[in-house]
Design a protein around this ligand. Structure first.
Ligand SMILES: CC(=O)N[C@H]1[C@@H](OP(=O)(O)OP(=O)(O)OC[C@H]2O[C@@H](n3ccc(=O)[nH]c3=O)[C@H](O)[C@@H]2O)O[C@H](CO)[C@@H](O)[C@@H]1O
Ligand SMILES: C=C(OP(=O)(O)O)C(=O)O
Length: 416
């Protein structure tokens, strides 16, 4: 298993190009199941999760070719309507095949994803919405068996805001009979990116970017071209790295307006940010000031940035309070950061972080994707060597992170 070895203490300076968003690419690739025509996708990030979803889609009969960050899909020979446990267990986003398969082929058999490190993460709202659209759903032997001759448009109000739930129901509704209204829809930019692709494929969607999506079903969707949006979480991760280490870095191929809550908190921490249409420059000369926040749905502060901010807060001036409201177990990085000398105490769903003068490198274990990113940031700041184990978590969602960090002066290497 690969490890990352970091010699901390370097300031970061130079340029980093941000990749396409994992959480936009995954549903967009699944949308390839909705049409027999070709989809031409660009800015698709090179990630393990992308390889996993492509493997799953190919197994279903979707033709997929990948050339760097370009992917072409064609769904004119889909024969297998099953997503097996072996694949779903490594990547929960596999649940995103459920809506498209059911809507286009009237049937799907998808393994229940089960819990994961950060929480129990049920998919009851995906199921509730599809049932409301007329699907017959049975759960047997760990699989969701779904059938519907033709899904019917209806009004769906989800109990809570769910990102992949909204995406699954949105894709299903594009081919349903009549009008579907999704209330309490997620407004994350990745949902908007998927909706824009679906419109390019001929879907009729109103309210894109709002919490009320209205979809008029059409008989079929056609081919389209689409560039995946920039990864706001990758962007935020590098911004936090510079905030913690100090330096001056230009992030290219990204946008500031999908990161408002994160940028506001960084400014509060003392970071200097400037931005243009497709770049953000981050400058940091002083020790960061501690910043408190609660994670919430978009446009609030994203749970996927909580761990990285905690790394910055661990060496900041002052004490901060970080409350996690989305997932019940997303503080697994705390124990590892404390091994590096951080002073973090967890009380319920709030972490209290007393900023310390320095961290000291040690062997640590990555437990999930963003926890891994927070340990990389901690390692970049710590004195001496930090060895991070289980970096396969990081590879799920970051495109060449160590190459990008090395290019701006970090001392980081992968040990095979
Ligand atoms: C591939 C992808 O896009 N992943 C993102 C997506 O995950 P994902 O779509 O899985 O997260 P959700 O928005 O669905 O989850 C939000 C909350 O709702 C709960 N819930 C959700 C669905 C459901 O049927 N029942 C239920 O109880 C979850 O357990 C969680 O507590 O949004 C999360 C929240 O922004 C991000 O952290 C993930 O990076
Ligand atoms: C939690 C995340 O992803 P996933 O939903 O794919 O587990 C994430 O991107 O931080």
């Amino acid at each position: 298993m690969d490890k990352l070895l970091i010699q901390g203490g370097n300031r970061l300076s130079g340029e980093i190009t941000i990749s396409g968003a994992k959480n936009a690419a995954l549903p967009i690739l699944c949308a390839g199941l909705l049409s027999s025509d070709q989809l031409h996708l660009s800015n698709v990030p090179n990630l393990h999760d992308v390889s996993t979803i492509l493997k799953l889609l190919r197994q279903m009969g979707l033709k997929a070719t990948q050339d760097g960050h370009f992917v072409t899909l064609q769904g004119d020979a889909i024969t297998n309507l099953e997503a097996p446990y072996e694949m779903v267990k490594t990547m929960r986003a596999s649940i995103l095949v459920l809506g498209p398969l059911l809507a286009r082929f009237g049937e799907a058999r998808v393994s229940l994803p089960g819990g994961c490190g950060i929480g129990s993460r049920p998919v009851d709202q995906h199921i509730k919405g599809l049932q409301a659209m007329g699907a017959e759903i049975a759960i047997e032997a760990g699989y969701i068996h779904a059938k519907a001759k033709k899904l019917k448009g209806t009004r769906v109000v989800t109990d809570m805001i769910t990102v992949t739930g909204t995406e699954n129901l949105l894709m299903a509704a594009t081919l349903a009979d009549g009008e579907t209204v999704l209330e309490n829809a997620a407004r994350e930019p990745e949902v908007t990116d998927l909706a824009n692709l679906l419109v390019a494929m001929g879907a009729k969607i109103d309210g894109i970017g709002t919490d009320r999506l209205t979809i008029q079903g059409v008989d079929k969707l056609h081919g389209a071209e689409h560039a995946v949006i920039a990864d706001r979480i990758e962007t935020g991760t590098f911004l936090c790295a510079v905030a913690a280490t100090g330096g001056d870095v230009m992030l290219k191929n990204t946008r500031s307006h999908i990161l408002d809550a994160v940028l506001d908190k960084l400014r509060e921490a003392g970071v200097i940010l400037t931005s243009g249409d497709d770049w953000i420059r981050v400058q940091m000369a002083a020790r960061p000031k501690a910043v408190s926040f609660r994670t919430t749905e978009y446009p609030g502060f994203p749970t996927d940035m909580q761990a990285q901010f905690m790394a910055m807060n661990s060496i900041a001036e002052g004490t901060s309070h970080v409350t996690e409201t989305i997932f019940e177990n997303r503080f697994m990085h705390v124990q590892e950061m404390n091994r590096l000398g951080a002073a973090i105490d967890v009380q319920g769903n709030t972490a209290i972080i007393k900023g310390v003068d320095k961290l000291v490198g040690a062997p640590v274990m990555a437990t999930d994707l963003r926890a891994s990113a927070s340990l990389v940031i901690s390692g970049l700041v710590a004195q001496g060597q930090t060895l991070i184990e289980r970096v396969y978590h990081l590879d799920r969602g970051y495109d060449e992170m160590e190459r990008k960090l090395s290019a701006v002066g970090a001392n980081i290497e992968r040990i095979k």
